[in-house]
Design a protein around this ligand. Structure first.
Ligand code: AFP
Length: 416
């Protein structure tokens, strides 16, 4: 895998230039290479700009009956022709979320708790049974949506290209079951996903063990900065199952009505509070953090901060749950770098970037402490980054305190 990421880097200049419009004609006109892949010119990025009036808000205010996610998607597609293909894609994801929700809910009585003996993922982490099953469910739902070009998952060591018969133009990155170490205790878990348009089109005609340069170029589609996301969302499996989605025009929350088996719109255009009073960090890492992080948290605990309020601490250890609470109640969530996780712990591509997108869409901010999460171009699919996100005033204050500590370090010539 290290090698693959290295080669992806080498091939980077080969990509993302020479714009041309993607067309089916171009597909058939190209000759195949020996591995059966068809390489197409990169096609122009279409900046998807959904209608400025929030469809979710319109629907919620004009209807007495519940608005299903499917209905919402059809309405969005009616008003934004360029999003028509998104209906099939998000429908695939919502089906997978329902299935995973059902599996999580029944895990205790269907022997789905615990780990697969001896199974570890690419990161060396022990895989839970439900990690593996959720990954399969989501992968299949996406593949058979017929809209996918490339899929990248936390549970796969390399991205997967979708065969020609099912392929489309979208690239989806996901963590199928985040927080799964909390599963056996019945704590919340979640699925996180982000959607890009493919920048470099390619078709896979047959499965090949060998990865060649053409295939590597196709896989580069997954290494796009968060600013290029055209949709993102998460599903939280908790006291209820909720799917929070943004197609670039606000973040909206749909709750699973288990009686009818549909997600229904429960919060249109979510707005994160301007400032909160909760901080959410794994404080057992305190002595491994930078001075700047320590000082910021000290201020919150003492009430020696801009709002002169002592903050409460809440930390589930399931990112989806901690981010969901932060979106609703405000405050700050973070997993900064520490002496053990020197580059941060959370994954940029399928954890940090989709969450940053949703939080920004709700009026919040997400940063590493030095740069906006959404501005970072990933170097590899499983890259980690420090992440701090939340209410705009809290993040501003964090950046001031942390920024000062960096300035002081530089002034004292302390190396990182
Ligand atoms: P698991 O999926 O292994 O439970 O990890 C969860 C997670 O990636 C993220 O959801 C949490 O915010 C973070 O790790 C918790 O990490 P700590 O246990 O180190 O606090």
């Amino acid at each position: 895998m290290q090698g693959i990421n290295f080669i992806l880097q080498l091939h980077k200049p080969f990509l993302f230039h020479k714009p041309a419009i993607f067309s089916q004609k171009a597909v058939s006109g190209n000759s195949n290479n020996k591995h059966g892949y068809t390489l197409l010119p990169a096609y122009r990025m279409v900046a998807v700009q959904p209608n400025k009036v929030s469809v979710a808000e319109q629907l919620l205010s004009s209807q007495a009956t519940p608005i299903s996610l499917t209905r919402y998607l059809l309405e969005v597609a009616k008003q934004n022709k360029e999003l028509e293909d998104m209906v099939g894609l998000i429908n695939g994801i919502q089906f997978a979320c329902k299935k995973i929700s059902s599996m999580v809910g029944k895990a205790g009585v269907t022997d789905l708790m615990g780990s697969y003996q001896g199974l570890v993922n690419f990161h060396g982490e022990e895989q839970k049974k439900l990690d593996v099953l959720s990954n399969e469910v989501l992968k299949n739902a996406l593949k058979f949506s017929g809209k996918m070009a490339v899929i990248a998952s936390e549970e796969e060591d390399v991205p997967i290209m979708v065969e020609e018969s099912y392929s489309g133009n979208y690239v989806v990155v996901f963590d199928p079951l985040d927080g799964s170490s909390n599963l056996d205790a019945g704590l919340p878990t979640g699925t996180i996903f982000g959607v890009f348009q493919q920048q470099f089109a390619c078709l896979v005609r047959e499965f090949e063990e060998q990865i060649d340069q053409v295939e590597l170029a196709c896989l580069q589609n997954t290494l796009q900065p968060g600013r290029r996301l055209i949709a993102a969302g998460y599903c939280i499996y908790s006291s209820s199952t909720m799917l929070v989605l943004s197609l670039g025009n606000g973040s909206h929350c749909f709750t699973l009505d288990t009686e009818v088996g549909e997600f229904v719109l429960t919060r249109a255009n979510m707005k994160i509070p301007q400032r909160g009073h909760i901080y959410s960090f794994n404080e057992s890492n305190y002595y491994q953090w930078d001075k700047g992080i320590q000082e910021y948290i000290e201020r919150l605990k003492k009430g020696n901060n801009q709002s002169a309020t002592r903050y409460s601490s809440r930390y589930v250890g399931s990112m989806v749950a901690d981010v969901h609470r932060t979106l609703l109640y405000g405050g700050i969530f973070g997993y900064p770098a520490d002496q053990k996780n020197v580059g941060g712990k959370l994954r940029l591509v399928y954890e940090c970037a989709p969450m940053a997108y949703l939080v920004e869409q709700a009026g919040g901010k997400a940063t590493t402490g030095r740069e906006d999460i959404l501005d970072i171009t990933p170097k590899s699919i499983h890259e980690r980054k420090p992440l701090v996100l939340g209410s705009p005033d809290d993040i501003e204050e964090f950046l001031q305190v942390y920024g000062m500590s960096l300035v002081n370090r530089e002034a004292m010539h302390i190396e990182e």
